[in-house]
Design a protein around this ligand. Structure first.
Ligand code: TNX
Length: 509
């Protein structure tokens, strides 16, 4: 009688099944072909000739391969020591199957990898997928040199939303350009394309305005809790903008007004409209400050401020805040939003504001960022304005995970990692048509965090889930499947020394 055999374990080694990937965000379609491409010292990268931006994408990939594997991979030149090369070709294609600027197709074969994209942004999203497919460890037994085996097959992928963002509040606490760059590195790995910087609030003004120097000389020197604050010079800001652009991420500047303006009024008292003597503010209350919305000089000031920032912000948007102006009279608030919209447009930008801005008669090109009031999101869509979804109870990165969280607020409730993931942006606001949704953004307010480690504790892993909600089609969203892929991000997060919150709802191993 045959002995009872243990069930046969499915063996996939060397790894050849592309369907067993751990990609985040999950791609639209993956078709495995059950062989593998051996990434090795014999691999070279070629990019569409004469396209500087595609070349940069190739160089970016080579650099990341070096960090992960130690391999030196040539870009657009033959490897003289190893003339028989296996090619990764990053190709500009006008195929009609590439429906959005960020769509890409990956064809992984035994001896070559083809990445097709219409734009360099699409190619950049595609190389993030490739980075995630490179295994942590090489196989050293198949050949006389190490191979990193990438399972073969085809991937067709495109984003669900054109706008996938994170907001960072650098006003309540200041974050250095090095900290923001590290944040951008992590976000770009998960295909984010927008970083919204909240550059001013009651507690601080964080960007140099050459025509109004006291904004940073005075307004830049405070923060929540009484620390020294800080600010970006215009050169610093340009450096951030270009660092983000190398990652195909747009920076959206926000100057919050007419409320949240104590630091501006502290610097120039004529701006103040709340009738009180202004003192530095380092607490965390909201809603007590306002610009003097009836004075022409305030609009002349804003013309300078918006003009200077717009001129160093290549992206299409300027965010005017507009939230919680509780001490601005309603008619003054409406008048203010409508006037500032014209100034933003004069400087060549589309206005974004927190959802209260729809109280004004705003242009259909302006965008409302839904955080709190459903009626405002619906009103925006009736106005043919687009909506960015940032519902506080689901998408606020500054909410605590649970009662034991080391940092964070809880006014919108706790947001555990699974709750952050388990909602569908396309159906979340009842009655809001899909066509009105520009995308999603997760805001990270910084009342309770003041350095990169604390930032990472609140942002990760939740921001990885929002990346998937913004990119992957709704039918591909599944917590049980996602949480396994999330656990598999640990080697990357460790390599980047990200101090993520190791929630118990995920089996991190
Ligand atoms: C509300 S959301 C605010 C911010 C606070 C945040 C804290 C919004 C548009 N305004 O001023 O920092 O709550 O969670």
């Amino acid at each position: 009688m045959a002995a009872c055999q243990p069930p046969k374990k499915e063996i996939d080694y060397p790894p050849t099944d592309l369907s067993k990937n751990y990609l985040i965000p999950k791609p639209v379609k993956v078709i495995p072909t059950k062989t593998a491409f051996g990434l090795s010292k014999n691999t070279v990268i070629y990019t569409s000739q004469d396209d500087e931006q595609f070349k940069n994408v190739g160089a970016f990939l080579a650099n990341k391969i070096k960090t992960k594997t130690g391999l030196d991979i040539n870009v657009n030149s033959i490897n003289e020591n190893n003339p028989i090369a296996q090619i990764i070709y990053i190709n500009q294609s006008d195929s009609i199957n590439l429906k959005t600027p960020e769509s890409y197709q990956l064809y992984i074969k035994k001896d070559s990898i083809f990445l097709n994209a219409k734009t360099a942004a699409g190619a950049f999203r595609g190389i993030q997928t490739l980075r995630q497919l490179i295994p942590e460890a090489s196989n050293d037994t198949l050949t006389d040199h190490p191979l990193w085996l990438i399972p073969s097959g085809k991937i067709f992928d495109e984003p669900k939303f054109e706008y996938r963002g994170i907001m960072l509040d650098v006003a309540r606490h200041f974050f250095t350009i090095e900290e923001v760059k590290k944040f951008l590195d992590i976000l770009s790995y998960y295909k984010y394309n927008t970083l919204h910087l909240h550059l001013s609030d009651d507690q601080g003004w964080r960007i140099e305005i050459k025509s109004w120097p006291k904004l940073t000389q005075i307004g830049g020197q405070t923060e929540v809790g009484g620390g020294i604050g800080g600010f970006y010079t215009q050169e610093d800001y340009k450096e951030l903008v270009s660092y983000a652009a190398e990652r195909h991420i747009t920076i959206i500047p926000e100057i919050d007004m007419p409320g949240h303006t104590n630091a501006a009024s502290l610097s120039y008292s004529f701006l103040n409209g709340n009738g009180k003597i202004i003192k530095p503010y380092t607490g965390t209350r909201v809603g007590f400050s306002t610009f003097a919305t009836q004075k022409d000089t305030v609009y002349a000031f804003l013309d300078d401020v918006i003009g200077e920032i717009a001129s160093i912000s290549p992206g299409p948007y300027f965010h005017i805040g507009g939230d919680e102006s509780h001490v601005t009279k309603k008619k003054d608030y409406i008048n203010f939003v409508e006037k500032v919209e014209k100034i933003v447009q004069k400087h060549g930008k589309r206005m974004i504001g927190w959802d209260e801005i729809v109280e004004g008669n705003i242009d259909s090109t302006s965008i409302a960022q839904h955080w709190n009031t459903t009626a405002n999101a619906l009103k925006a869509s009736e106005n043919n304005s687009k909506v960015i979804l940032s519902p506080a109870i689901k998408a606020y990165l500054d909410m605590k995970y649970d009662s034991l969280s080391k940092h964070g607020l809880d006014w919108a409730g706790f947001i555990p990692v699974d709750v952050a993931y388990k909602w569908n942006p396309e159906t979340y606001v009842e009655g809001l048509p899909k066509e009105s949704i520009l995308g999603i953004e997760a805001p990270l307010w910084s009342e309770t965090i003041s350095n990169i480690g604390e930032l990472e504790y609140l942002a990760f892993p939740r921001a990885i889930g929002y990346a998937e909600l913004g990119w992957s089609s709704s039918k591909n969203l599944d917590w049980e499947d996602y949480k396994k892929r999330l656990a598999n991000q640990v080697p990357f997060l460790q390599r980047m020394s990200v101090k993520y919150y190791p929630t118990k709802s995920v089996d991190w191993e």
